[in-house]
Ligand binder design. Structure first.
Ligand code: PNW
Length: 485
C-alpha cells in the first residue's frame, strides 16, 4: 500500500492547536501536602508489589512546586495548549463538596494564570484516574451515586476556573481505567471482578459524563463560551485477513474499545448492538437470567445522546484482530468479545512493552471514528512513544522524532485528503513522569526528567526541538530547496 509510506507535504489551518499532555498523579507529587486527600492511586502505589520497583507518585516531577518550570519549557517550544488534569482529591479531599481545600484550588489558579500569561491555552481533564479514596470506600465507580459526586466536582471546577478555561474534558480513557482497574487489576483500585464490575462502572461513568456536560451546557456555556468533551482511546484493530469473520472481529474490537463510550454519546444514547448482543448471549450461556451489561432507560438515553462538543482521541498503536470463539465459563470482559489480537514482528518495538509504532493505523483509526460517530470535531488528546531507561538520559531520541513526524503526517493526510475535522494535536508527554504501574523507566517525555535530583531538572531531548519546528511550520511545508524535510 503505497499511500501508507508516502510522505505528504502540507500545513494545517492557522488556528490549529499544538499541545502536550500530562496528568495530575503522574507529575504533581505533593501527594499529602496542603490538605490534599488521598486518591486510589496513593493507596495503590503505597501497597507493596503493585508497581514497578514499588515506585509511587509521592514526588514524581514535583510539578506542584515546579509548575513554572513546566510552563517555561512549553513556552520555549511554542506550545499553543497544555492538557493537564485536576486532582479531584486536591480540591475536594474526601471527594464530596462538603469540604473544599482552598490551597489546592489556588494551585490550579496559579497554573492556569501562568499558562495564559505565556500564551498557552489550558485544556483541562477533570478525571485522569485518581478517584478520591473516600469515594472508592463507598464502592467507587460501581456505585451510581458517583455520578452525583462527579457532577458536583465538575460544577465546582466550571464555576471556579471556567472564565479562564475554554476546553474541558470530563474523563480520560474510561476504557482503560475501567478495564485495567476493575477487570485485570493492574491499575488502581486493583480489582479483578471479571466480566461484571467493568460494565457497571462504565455505565456510571457514562451517566456521570452526561450529567456534567448538562451542567456545563445549562449553567455555564452561555457566559463562559467554552467546550466540553470526553477523551476516548483504542488501538487500531486491523482485520488479520480479508475474511468476513476477521473483518467482523476487527469491528467488534473497535466497538468494545471505543464504541462502548462513543456510541451512546455520539450516536443514539445506547451501546453498540454488537456489545448488547455478545454480552447477552454469553450471560445466558453462563446460566444468568439477565445480561451482565446494564441497560439505559429511555430517559437516560435522551440525557446521554449528544453530550460532547468534541471528541478527544488518544492513539498509540495498532493490532491485528482475528475471530476466535471463547468458552462461556468463567465470565470475562475479553471472553465476551470473541476475538484474538496479535502484532506484526515487522513493526518496530518501543520502550513500552504494549505498543509498537504503527503510523498508518492512526489514519485508519481517524477514518473509522469519522464514519462511525457522525463526523465529530476531533482533538487528538494523546499520541506518543517511550524509551525504556532507568536513569540514563537518551537525548538523541531518533525513534521519537520518527514517531512524532510520521504520526503527524498521517494526521495531515486524514485532515487534508480525507477531510476529517481535526482541530488540534497533543503529544504525550511534555516530560518523563510516573508511567502508572510501569513506573519511571518508561519515559514518554519530550523532556528528560532526572528523578534522582531533588530539583527534578527538565532537559530537552532532540525531539523537543523537532516538535517546536513542526509547530513553527504548522505542519510540513513543501521544502523550497527540494531537500527532504
Ligand atoms: C494513556 N492502550 O494510557 C494514559 O492516558 C496516560 O496517562 C499514559 O501515561 C499514556 O497513555 C501512556 O501509556 C494508555 O493499551 C494505556 O492502548 C493503554 C493504552 C493506551 C493509552
Amino acid at each position: 500500500d503505497p499511500e501508507r509510506d508516502s510522505f505528504l507535504y502540507g500545513t494545517f489551518p492557522s488556528n490549529f492547536s499544538w499541545g502536550v499532555a500530562t496528568a495530575a498523579y503522574q507529575i504533581e507529587g505533593a501527594w499529602n501536602e496542603d490538605g490534599k486527600g488521598p486518591s486510589i492511586w496513593d493507596t495503590f502505589t503505597h501497597t507493596p508489589g503493585r508497581t514497578y520497583n514499588n515506585q509511587t507518585g509521592d514526588v514524581t516531577c514535583d510539578s506542584y512546586h515546579r509548575y513554572e518550570d513546566d510552563i517555561a519549557i512549553m513556552k520555549e517550544m511554542g506550545m499553543k495548549h497544555y492538557r493537564f488534569s485536576i486532582a479531584w482529591s486536591r480540591v475536594f479531599p474526601d471527594g464530596t463538596r462538603n469540604r473544599i481545600n482552598m490551597a489546592g484550588v489556588d494551585y490550579y489558579h496559579k497554573l492556569i494564570d501562568g499558562l495564559l500569561a505565556a500564551g498557552i491555552q489550558p485544556m483541562v481533564t477533570l478525571y485522569h484516574w485518581d478517584l478520591p479514596q473516600a469515594l472508592q470506600d463507598m464502592g467507587g465507580w460501581d456505585n451510581d451515586i458517583m455520578a452525583v459526586h462527579f457532577d458536583n466536582y465538575a460544577d465546582f471546577c466550571f464555576n471556579e476556573y471556567g472564565s479562564k478555561v475554554k476546553l474541558w474534558i470530563t474523563f480520560n480513557e474510561p476504557y482503560v481505567f475501567t478495564k485495567v482497574g476493575l477487570e485485570t487489576g493492574v491499575h488502581a483500585p486493583g480489582l479483578k471482578h471479571q466480566g461484571t464490575t467493568v460494565y457497571r462502572a462504565a455505565h456510571n461513568v457514562l451517566k456521570a459524563h452526561a450529567k456534567a456536560w448538562h451542567t456545563y451546557n445549562d449553567r455555564y456555556r452561555s457566559t463562559q463560551k467554552g467546550k466540553c468533551g470526553i477523551t476516548l482511546n483504542c488501538s487500531w484493530g486491523q482485520a488479520a485477513t480479508d475474511s468476513e469473520e476477521d473483518k467482523a472481529a476487527a469491528d467488534r474490537y473497535m466497538q468494545f474499545g471505543f464504541g462502548w463510550f462513543a456510541h451512546p454519546i455520539f450516536v443514539n444514547g445506547d451501546y453498540p448492538e454488537v456489545i448488547k448482543d455478545k454480552v447477552m448471549k454469553k450471560s445466558l450461556a453462563q446460566g444468568l437470567t439477565t445480561s451482565r451489561l446494564p441497560e439505559f432507560t429511555e430517559e437516560e438515553k435522551q440525557l446521554l445522546k449528544g453530550t460532547s462538543d468534541f471528541l478527544g482521541a488518544n492513539y498509540y498503536t495498532a493490532v491485528y484482530v482475528s475471530a476466535k470463539e471463547r468458552q462461556a465459563m468463567p465470565p470475562g470482559f475479553f471472553k465476551d468479545q470473541d476475538f484474538m489480537t496479535t502484532d506484526d514482528e515487522n513493526w518496530p518495538t518501543s520502550g513500552a512493552g504494549w505498543m509498537r509504532p504503527v503510523p498508518w493505523g492512526f489514519r485508519k483509526f481517524l477514518n473509522w471514528i469519522n464514519e462511525n460517530f457522525n463526523k465529530p470535531v476531533i482533538y487528538i488528546t494523546e499520541n506518543g512513544v517511550a524509551e525504556h531507561s532507568e536513569d540514563e538520559p537518551m537525548f538523541e531520541d531518533t525513534w521519537r522524532i520518527q514517531y512524532l513526524t510520521s504520526h503527524v503526517n498521517e494526521m495531515l493526510k486524514a485532515y487534508t485528503l480525507d477531510g476529517i475535522d481535526i482541530r488540534g494535536y497533543t503529544y504525550w508527554s511534555l516530560m518523563d513522569n510516573l508511567e502508572w504501574a510501569e513506573g519511571y523507566a518508561s519515559r514518554f517525555g519530550l523532556y528528560y526528567v532526572d528523578f534522582k535530583n531533588p530539583k527534578r531538572p527538565r532537559l530537552p531531548k532532540e525531539s523537543a526541538s523537532v516538535y517546536a519546528k513542526v509547530i513553527r511550520n504548522n505542519g510540513f511545508p513543501e521544502p523550497a530547496s527540494g531537500m527532504l524535510w
